[in-house]
Design a protein around this ligand. Structure first.
Ligand SMILES: *Cc1c(COP(=O)(O)O)cnc(C)c1O
Length: 376
């Protein structure tokens, strides 16, 4: 066993010991955030109540939600003509809400197929209206992101939908297509806040919080206000973006505690130096693990083609499925958790979201070298 890992494991009995958490989602949260939530749990800002016990109509709670929105706007440089919504139902409900609001009879929505989540988004839209595949990298098992030239957009498409990071397959868009007048919609569930993004290129961005933003239970939607005016109004109230926008995400009771934690994660992100600093760190972290794959003389093979590799979810495998299983089990023994690949792809997956430290990545690389020495 490598020295860093040995030292880390020696502290395992300590009350504040933390596993190296590579879970795909829900995933690691910053220790500082959990500690602060713990300190504030019983008596939030002198109210004598937990955030969970506050009325969502109280000034104290409203300030919590407004602060979370302001921080998100600052960190992602969201232009003023965009609205930020905090909704429920996960990214999966957004698969349906986007076409319900923006895919009208007689129109076609274009979807880029890059993995299981994009398939699900497309399927949901197809149940509600006309859908077209703008590009697909299904052949060969979703190992890459299509080139910008491969994507077929028609000027009258209702929108073009992409999945900016394919959590299960481990691929990520490193540039975004110019779609002209056609609104670009992105599922950014697994890479929002991991790098700067050109928000002005998008009509709508959505993300379930439980990967990079906070706990499960809240979904962030960022959408261009001008597009909102074209949203359908003949759908159930809770599914209407315009209703949530008009009511500043307080049409009904929002997931108050999840939004509070999201705000704490955003404050933490700002203390880390913001999104550009996080992106640099994420690049270094990913390099540590990809190098362990690439320098393994063929023992480990990556799933994604190198130019499409994700910095958030690293998918790889050992020479046999038996060794993959053994790897995940032995890693767990060594405090490295969440490394089994998704059942649809198999193999192994290390999710390196913002709250995963460089030290965790180094310990994983150490373990990978050690495992190869023993089983290679
Ligand atoms: C996790 C994930 C989802 C599903 O999110 P839920 O909040 O569970 O609905 C959708 N898309 C992507 C890219 C994801 O990573």
């Amino acid at each position: 066993m490598g020295t860093l890992l040995t030292e880390h494991l020696a502290r395992r009995g300590a009350a504040d010991w933390r596993a190296d958490n590579f879970n795909a989602g829900p995933a690691a949260l910053p220790r500082e955030v959990l500690e602060r939530a713990q300190r504030e749990l019983l008596n939030f800002e002198g109210t004598g109540m937990s955030v969970m016990e506050l009325s969502h109509r109280s000034k104290t709670y409203e300030a919590v939600q407004e602060r979370a929105e302001a921080l998100l706007r600052e960190l992602l440089s969201i232009p003023p003509e965009y609205r930020v919504l905090f909704l429920q139902g996960g990214a999966s409900l957004q698969f349906a809400m986007v076409p319900m609001n923006f895919l009208k009879p007689g129109q076609t929505a274009a979807y880029v197929r890059t993995g299981s989540w994009s398939e699900k988004a497309e399927k949901e839209a197809a149940a509600l209206g006309q859908v077209r595949v703008a590009a697909s990298t299904e052949e060969g098992g979703y190992r890459r992101i299509p080139g910008m030239g491969e994507i077929q957009v028609a000027p009258d498409d209702a929108y073009l939908h992409i999945t900016s990071n394919n959590t299960i397959e481990g691929t990520q868009w490193h540039e975004f297509a110019d779609t002209g007048q056609v609104p670009l919609v992105a599922d950014m569930s697994s890479d929002i806040l991991s790098r700067p993004i050109p928000v002005e290129k998008f009509g709508l961005i959505y993300a379930g919080a439980q990967k990079n933003l906070g706990p499960s239970g809240v979904t962030v939607v960022i959408l261009r206000e001008a597009w909102l005016e074209h949203a359908r109004r003949d759908i159930p109230t809770m599914l209407r973006y315009d209703i949530h926008a008009k009511n500043r995400s307080l049409y009904n009771t929002p997931p108050t505690f999840a939004i509070y934690l999201l705000g704490l994660v955003l404050e933490w992100a700002r203390e880390q130096g913001g999104v550009a600093a996080l992106a640099d760190r994420n690049e270094r972290k990913a390099r540590i693990v990809y190098e362990a794959i690439d320098q393994s003389e063929g023992f480990y093979t990556g799933h994604a083609e190198p130019p499409s590799r994700s910095r958030m979810n690293i998918t790889f495998r050992c020479p046999t499925p038996d060794l993959d299983q053994r790897f995940a089990a032995e890693a767990e023994e060594a405090g490295l958790v969440g490394l089994a690949g998704h059942r649809s792809v198999g193999g192994l997956r290390a999710s390196l979201y913002n709250a995963v430290s460089e030290a965790s990545c180094t310990r994983l690389a150490e373990f990978m070298q050690d495992f190869r020495r023993r089983w290679g």
